[in-house]
Design a protein around this ligand. Structure first.
Ligand code: G1P
Length: 297
């Protein structure tokens, strides 16, 4: 079943970000900077580079700073222009050129499935991508583009999978490959999905990470999905419903570099890794870091 080209993506950004309190009392966690670029900008850039032209950001109340971030700011542009700050100017102008950014408000935090359900009008009957902004994929390693190729070949649902230690699988959705699937394959046909299983019950150590390609049928499945793990409407449960009614589900096993910016320790590691490669401060920072580390006990 070949499918139409995917042009749209949804980014859920309505969570409270309690792991980053007190900052997130007034700053959306999606705008937390990796050096000087918000995590969300990396994710929007990734979508744009994979050919996505329209992005719906699902926001909650008090997260208007996200919409402002991508909207043009003519006054700031004029000020930078007058100062001759071409770099600063280019860095803010690119924001409104990445994709058309739309927004919708999720009134209550009822889970990832509920956030995705807010995209029905936006998707307008087309398949679409979902990108979770906590998951950063290193720009040197392709994931979304490969998922779009798999979707064009098989249609249905395409997941991003990461092989994790069994002790960590309960933090994620997990999948059961179809019988006889090659455990080392890059593309895995999925028989079943389960949200946050206990380690001993997980059908595999393949975890679902934050990139999805979904068919428009997901919306009727979400309407029929009752609250699941954590009392929330789970996207995994709605996808499971589609899988059971015959929608093809495939996973692309990602073996590249991923940073989880939703976790404080992993966030700091991401900042360090990206700072080392930063075009302006990278060399100096790496030299300092070597010295600093050698001085640690
Ligand atoms: C969500 C999904 C889960 C997935 C994870 C990836 O969980 O429900 O299936 O494995 O994202 O980051 P959350 O991290 O929002 O609890």
């Amino acid at each position: 079943m070949a499918s139409s080209r995917v042009r749209k993506a949804l980014i859920p950004a309505a969570g409270r970000g309690t792991r980053f309190l007190p900052l997130t009392k007034s700053v959306p966690k999606e705008l937390v900077p990796i050096v000087s670029t918000p995590a969300l900008e990396f994710v929007v850039t990734e979508a744009s580079e994979s050919g996505i032209s329209d992005i719906l950001v699902v926001l909650s109340q008090g997260k208007g700073a996200i919409a402002d971030y991508f909207a043009p700011n003519h006054e700031l542009e004029a000020a930078l222009e007058a100062k001759g700050d071409t770099q600063g100017l280019a860095s803010i102008r690119r924001l409104s050129s990445l994709a058309a950014i739309h927004q919708v408000e999720q009134l209550e935090p009822r889970g990832l499935g509920d956030a995705v359900a807010h995209g029905e009008q936006f998707a307008a009957g087309e398949p679409f991508a979902v990108l979770l902004p906590d998951d950063l994929i290193d720009e040197r390693d392709e994931l979304l583009g490969r998922m779009l190729e798999v979707q064009a070949e098989y249609g249905g649902i395409v997941l991003a999978l990461l092989d994790v230690p069994r002790s960590e699988i309960s933090k994620y959705g997990s999948i059961a490959p179809v019988d006889g699937a090659d455990p080392d394959a890059e593309v895995v046909a999925v028989a079943d999905l389960v949200e946050k299983p206990a380690a001993k019950d997980a059908p595999s150590t393949l975890a679902i990470i934050g990139r999805y390609i979904l068919p428009p049928e997901i919306f009727s499945a979400l309407r029929q999905t009752k609250p699941g793990a954590g009392g929330e409407i789970q996207l995994t449960d709605a996808m499971r419903r589609l899988a059971r009614s015959g929608t093809p589900v495939h996973g692309v096993v990602f073996r590249g570099r991923r940073y989880d910016t939703g976790d404080r320790l992993e966030y700091v590691k991401a900042v360090v890794q990206l700072a080392v490669r930063h075009p302006v401060i990278g060399t100096d920072f790496a030299a300092w870091l070597r010295e600093y580390v050698s001085g640690l006990e």
